[in-house]
Ligand binder design. Sequence first.
Ligand code: ZN
Length: 259
Amino acid sequence: MGQHNPSIRDEALALLRGGSTNRAVAELLNVPRGTIGWWLHEDRKRRGIQYVQPTDCPICTGRDFDRSAYAYLLGLYLGDGHIISKQKQHHLSIFCGEVHPGLVDEAEWAILQVMPTPRTGRRHRNGCVEVKSFTKHWTCLFPQHGPGRKHDRLIALEPWQQDIVDAHPWDFIRGLIHSDGCRNMNWTTRTVGGVKKRYEYPRYWFTNVSDDIRRLYTDTLDKLGIEWTHCTRAGKEYNISVARRASVALMDAHVGPKY
Ligand SMILES: [Zn+2]
């Protein structure tokens, strides 16, 4: 590091304090990026400044963010997302089926729209893809994080989250269906003129064991004018069906099958 003129170092530090990035200063002054990082580290140590990892967390910085992407991600998180927040391990994980590569890409896209800076990664396991984003700030964006499983605790949206869901209800519904729902074919029989006929019809099916999460889903469907019914299967009332033709048509226009 000794080969650089102290005036170059001072100039670099002045630029960095002015908000320039290490990369920009390195290019401007033609100094390796590692050297810039070292100067910054030494300068902070000399001035007794503790390094705080910069964040683009919308909650901590107050910056604006993509609310429709957030509404979608909130649906994914409530359906099949988890936050790990331990001493040295912080990340958001969204689980997608390997058979739906489009959803894997869309989950990562939504994560990056809300917080572009943290590192993301994917892990394939047991037919699932875990899309991860590494930062402790996901607990700021999803204050529903807490000990235990989601269906064992109260899941209520904060007022600011409800405002976002109210402004972007279809994104929220899409996220919930993409994680815990599907579009499939159901059938029924009807007797017409003494002849039993089999009819097939599409429906949207949503399954979640949390009463609170099912209610968030059905409350949002109500606001959108979508008709739904509660279905009990094998003694469990965890399923919500949308099967009326007009409602399915609206769901097709805004959600569609998984891909
Ligand atoms: Zn934060």
